[in-house]
Design a protein around this ligand. Structure first.
Ligand code: FES
Length: 279
């Protein structure tokens, strides 16, 4: 069992949990993820590792409530436990001295980008981080990400804070300002990563995206996480989760992510009919 050591509601619908997982903390690297199951009956879902404490033996995950499992995860309290947690999984982010690296994050991806931006900065890159939210009240970790970046750009869809617009607008601003981008790393919702890849493509900027396809086993056996990259079938859990954003078949990914929407609704109703309520 993996005990919850700390819990925080960052903004509406996005939560942080820190759990005791000493063996995972010992090996975790930027860009990797874990697969959790809340209890013996729970589905298995992947969550990106947002931070780890090797000495303290804990890992931190930031997630958005999107279905039964994440709602139940959000309802856990300090002292509760997660039944299963396996990881670290996936190929870690390739950290090297690239030059100017733009790290972009939206939703839960703001936190998940932290270890990548920090490692890129430690490697001597100039790190420009860009974060976005629909509105100011949905932004978090601005200061934290700012500390590991040379420059932080913030954008809100409704213009309630900082620049008005979305991450691709800010990428365009950097390019228009004459700064050469050597690498772009994007993490967050699929549509945002798709648009970032489209924004960078005409300029030939190497773009790495962190795919969040549906996963079950996380070890390359079930095929549920399959994606098409450069015309080849890849498994996001073992071949990724990072891929060249210019090669990803985004339409296929988006349609596969919607594949279990009816079951998600049914699952929530089922849990509620059994008396489960968010605490
Ligand atoms: Fe099963 Fe990737 S999650 S093959």
């Amino acid at each position: 069992m993996y005990k919850v050591l700390f819990k925080q509601d960052l903004v509406p619908n996005i939560h942080l949990v820190k759990v005791s997982a000493p063996y995972v903390a010992k090996k975790a690297r930027p860009g990797q993820f874990v697969i959790i199951a809340i209890d013996e009956r729970g589905e298995r879902v992947p969550l990106t590792i947002a931070d780890w404490d090797r000495e303290g033996g804990s890992i931190t995950m930031v997630f958005m409530e999107v279905g039964t499992t994440t709602q139940r995860l959000a309802s856990l309290n300090v002292g509760d436990s997660i039944a299963h947690l396996v990881g670290p999984l996936g190929i870690p982010t390739h950290i090297d001295r690239f030059g100017t690296v733009v790290c972009v994050g939206g939703c839960y991806g703001i936190a998940a980008m932290m270890p990548i931006a920090r490692a890129m900065k430690e490697q001597g890159n100039r790190v420009i981080s860009i974060i976005e939210a629909r509105s100011r009240y949905l932004l978090f970790w601005e200061e934290e990400l700012g500390r590991v970046s040379d420059q932080l750009m913030v954008t809100t869809g409704d213009g309630s804070y900082a620049a008005q617009g979305w991450i691709p607008d800010q990428i365009k601003r950097i390019i228009d300002g004459g700064e050469k981008i050597d690498l772009l790393v994007a993490l967050g919702c699929t549509y945002m990563m798709k648009l970032c890849s489209e924004a960078s493509r005409p300029f030939g900027i190497k773009t790495i995206v962190h795919l969040n396809s549906i996963m079950v086993d996380g070890t390359g056996m079930c095929g549920s996480c399959r994606v098409s990259v450069g015309g080849e079938t890849k498994f996001a859990c073992v071949d990724g989760p990072e891929f060249d954003g210019h090669q990803v078949d985004w339409d296929l990914l988006l349609s596969r992510q919607r594949g279990y929407q009816d079951e998600e609704i049914h699952s929530l109703r089922e849990w509620e009919s059994q008396g489960w309520r968010r605490t």
